[in-house]
Design a protein around this ligand. Sequence first.
Ligand code: AMP
Ligand code: MG
Length: 348
Amino acid sequence: MGEPALTRILPADQPSIAQAAALIRAGEVVAFPTETVYGLGANALDAAAVAKIFAAKGRPSNDPLIVHIADLDQLALIAKHVPDSAAVLIEAFWAGPLTLILPRTAAIPSLVSAGLPTVGVRMPAHPVAQALIRAAGVPIAAPSANRFAHTSPTTAQHVYDDLNGTIPLILDGGATHYGVESTILDLSGTPRLLRPGGITAEELRFWLPDLQIVERHNDDAQPMIAPGMLLKHYAPTVPLTLFEGEPSAVRQALRDRAEALLAAGQRVGLLLTAEDAAEIDLPTARIVSLGSQSDLPTIARHLYSALRSFEQPPLVDHLLARSFPAQGLGLAIRDRLMRAAAGHMEIV
Ligand code: AMP
Ligand code: MG
């Protein structure tokens, strides 16, 4: 097979999209921007190509991929049937960050779905993702373009940092808009939210009043309903502790813990809202603000870059962060922080 030694980053213009599409048709993998995070794509109909995604990421084969389409015509190739409930949601939310779990056709290799009878499908809203899928002429299977279990990439540089030397090409479309992955909705029975994401539970409940929110697994030994539900996922390499409670109590707890760690000679990083940062004055801590607590889209957009920034010098020994209320986009932000913290959450 021969691993490509060099990974090129190209601006996502028409010629480089054509190059990327040719690579996809030739059975190679390519990283590309979507409106959620960067994806690592291969021809979803080609098992050998899909296997390269798992190899490049170091992703276990029991963790299924999402198939990306650009036109509704492609759906019949992928899903055996589309329930009425799905048709309504497709009309309301596609193209956009909503993945639907539907029964899989035989055209989709079982490797894509980790052997499950279902397949996750979505139509990305990003113009580069759409142009790439159209130019390739095939649906594109793509998980996030990071090393397995690392923080998802929201810039081309993040992809490069994780996958340099293992993939031939990264299309650079700038920083992604949502910054968290797609919402995953299982419609094979009672509607279940498997992963909160860019489309909120509140938006979905308008169409699905009986929507259930699945508690994502906190025990790696349990069988997974949807892999990717491992608690330690999306994690930075720095140990993170999360604080949850009344905003002012959380701010006090963050300040107290940071002061105690600093006094013990530890290097401390703080992941804060702008409001926290205005109140917490610790010149020897490394402080990153995600944005105003009232602007959850901005906080989601900055979250993964902020987590990754703590992997660059000056390094810290401990990272402390606040949790967010589980409403609207806050549900997805809180979920990703919980995962990054591997469950280390303190209620104050
Ligand atoms: P990623 O794009 O890296 O977030 O990975 C895709 C995620 O989609 C997986 O980790 C699963 O959580 C989910 N997924 C994909 N296909 C299925 C499926 N057939 N059933 C349940 N979850 C799925
Ligand atoms: Mg992922």
